[in-house]
Design a protein around this ligand. Structure first.
Ligand code: MG
Length: 370
């Protein structure tokens, strides 16, 4: 695709209007209302990066990198460094070819998934805006309404109770409880506190690859004794340790997160089959890889989860478009904009309690606040 025209910049030269003309980026620092604690550490503020891509006809697309050191070691500094080295290499490429772009990005940024995601998003956003298409429709246009869980971050038992109460009052029904990285008895008490604060709520656990199979199974068994049956256990065991993951999967459904970043990883996870899930995240896999991982998961009869790092409404709107576009996503985990003390953007999905509504705007629909 890509319409041909005479460029206004170089009179007489035929230039596709969807060629990438400029790429720029800047740090995006936003304070959080509630620090985001997971097993690997605590993020006190969002230290992200905003990427801007401009096409030959002046159409602008935006992407967000949300590196989360506690998740996979990527930082704002490492992301900026990767972009300084590689972002310029996109200039002159055709924005209409999302798959060739994604392939090129994988070569350019082998260890900077968040940077890759931001560039891929910005290029795709620019192209969608130019063609007046929403990402949601390109992803398949299945559902405009989603229901998100809310994350109960690591902390004290009292924190877990208070936070759950606050969000239960707002209508949240599913509580994702971060466990691991500390005392396992305290995790047990935290889960009980969530149940006490929201007796009708559903819960699931996420250890962010921090537990041994033994400790993960211990926690599940202890919860069973007090009649708490989590929906599933997200990435209980160490990254890459498939044996430990399969051991836990004999006891409770698992959602595979850290273990799956590529379609080849998904093929590995596919041996789990149903009722297990794979967690899609653009920030670990990018857009094209997420679509391919979803295809593998579905072919294996596995459920899908869509989540993210500590992302603003920008990246999260891309993930909402992905979830709503694919349709039938078992677990929507797109709550981090609620942790932001301020929203630097306008547009994107709207949220009322746990209910997300995806808009019709071209691209992801998010622009800087004017
Ligand atoms: Mg996770």
């Amino acid at each position: 695709m890509g319409f041909l025209l005479f460029s206004t910049k170089k009179p007489g030269v035929m230039v596709s209007q969807s060629l990438i003309d400029k790429v720029s980026f800047l740090p995006l620092n936003v304070p959080l209302k509630t620090a985001f604690g997971i097993a690997g550490g605590v993020q006190a503020s969002a230290e992200n990066v905003l990427v801007k891509v401009e096409l030959a006809d002046g159409t602008v697309g935006l992407g967000e990198a949300a590196p989360l050191p506690a998740y996979n070691g990527e930082t704002q500094a490492s992301t900026l460094h990767a972009l300084e080295r590689g972002a310029g290499k996109l200039v002159g490429l055709e924005a209409s070819g999302l798959r060739p772009i994604a392939k090129r990005l994988t070569q350019l940024f082998p260890h900077a998934a968040a940077a890759q995601c931001a560039l891929e998003t910005a290029v795709f956003d620019a192209f969608c805006r130019q063609k007046r298409m929403s990402m949601w429709s390109v992803f398949g246009g299945s559902e405009k309404n989603l229901e998100s869980d809310i994350t109960i971050v690591t902390g004290t038992v009292d924190d877990a109770y208070a936070f759950t109460s606050r969000y239960a009052e707002q209508g949240f029904q599913t509580f994702k409880i971060k466990v691991g990285g500390g005392d396992r008895s305290q995790d047990l008490e935290r889960v009980k506190a969530v149940r006490d604060a929201a007796p009708k709520g559903k819960v699931f656990l996420d250890a962010n690859a921090s537990l041994s199979a033994r400790d993960a199974i211990w926690l599940v068994k202890e919860l069973e004794k007090v009649n708490i049956l989590p929906l599933f256990f997200e990435q209980p065991t160490h990254k890459g340790d498939w044996e430990a993951l399969f051991e836990v999967a004999n006891v409770i459904a698992v959602a595979v997160d850290e273990n799956v970043t590529t379609p080849a990883d998904a093929l590995h996870a596919a041996r789990l089959g149903p009722p297990h899930l794979i967690n899609l995240k653009i920030m670990k896999s990018g857009i094209v890889n997420s679509l391919d991982i979803a295809a593998v998961a579905r072919a294996a009869g596995m459920g899908l989860m869509v989540g993210g790092n500590v992302e603003s409404i920008l990246a999260m709107s891309v993930s909402a478009a992905l979830a709503g576009g694919l349709g039938g996503v078992a677990q929507v985990d797109l709550d981090t904009p609620l942790f932001f003390a301020e929203n630097p953007f306008e547009g994107g999905f709207t949220m009322s309690g746990p209910h997300i509504t995806i808009g019709d705007s071209p691209g992801h629909g998010v622009s800087p606040r004017r």
